[in-house]
Design a protein around this ligand. Structure first.
Ligand code: SF4
Length: 253
């Protein structure tokens, strides 16, 4: 049996679900049903979903169960709407994603993944699975955390080489992406780093959109609820000027 056929064999697998959102309007085109998965290896200082980090959950659902609920909102999916899988880091559950998107495509649903590409590797078995998953994926929203590997490590706990390599791979296969960059004063908003990020973006040929996401403190309370001290206590969101400055640089305007 061909590797691709084997990867696409129907499997009975349950996703570890954090939550869902019926009318997402910012995570991909149109109105979307968003599925937030549990588990993330990164520890971004600005994370507003630290409650997704732990992969453990009682909420286990099959692809069919999720899609049956998602399709109730089908009539709202005009202008390219559909489903987006977010997290946490959805690629940590790549076997579940393959089954979810295989079934989504059978139902004619537009598919999108919101990811930092942290699990990306060209090693097997991940790489073949990822290649097949990309055949079932219409769009990826990819976070660039920081262009400098060591600064990123300080910010998230991991360096960025494999994540940037994942973006190069997506460019090579012509898979559309939207790039996202969280603007965090004192960490990700210096012009030199933004210009270096722009230089990297210019090497890619699959970028449809570049979004600057201003850091906010709305998730700070979750850190406290989890008994963790919030690492950005006292850091204020960026000014409108700094956000526009970052947009100009990253978009090459
Ligand atoms: S990748 Fe996302 S979920 Fe994971 S720590 Fe960073 S912001 Fe949080």
């Amino acid at each position: 049996m061909e590797i691709e056929e084997k990867i696409l064999e129907p499997v009975e697998i349950r996703g570890r679900i954090h939550s869902t959102e019926s009318f997402g309007s910012v995570d991909g085109p149109g109105v979307r049903y968003i599925i937030f998965l549990k588990g993330c290896n990164l520890r971004c200082r600005y994370c507003h979903n630290p409650d997704t980090w732990d992969p453990e959950t009682q909420d286990l659902r099959t692809a069919g169960e999720i899609l049956d609920v998602a399709e109730r909102y089908h009539s709202y999916w005009r202008n390219g709407g559909g489903i987006t899988v977010s997290g946490g880091e959805p690629l940590l559950q790549i076997d579940f994603l393959l089954e979810l998107f295989r079934q989504a495509k059978e139902r004619g649903i537009n598919t999108c993944i919101d990811t930092a590409l942290q699990p990306f590797t060209r090693e097997e078995p991940f790489f073949s699975k990822f290649a097949v998953l990309m055949q079932l994926t219409d769009l990826l929203l990819v976070d660039i955390k920081h262009i400098d590997p060591e600064v990123q490590k300080n910010l998230t706990g991991y360096t960025n080489e494999n994540m940037l390599d994942g973006m190069r791979y997506l460019s090579d296969i012509g898979k559309p992406i939207w790039i996202r960059h969280v603007l965090l004063p004192g960490y990700t908003d210096d012009d030199a780093a933004l210009k270096k990020t722009r230089e990297f973006i210019e090497t890619l040929n699959n970028v449809e959109k570049i979004e600057v996401l201003p850091y906010h403190t709305l998730g700070a309370y979750k850190w406290k609820e989890l008994g963790k001290s919030y690492p950005l206590e006292g850091v204020e969101p960026p000014s409108r000027d700094r956000v526009e400055n970052a947009e100009r640089i990253l978009r090459g305007l």
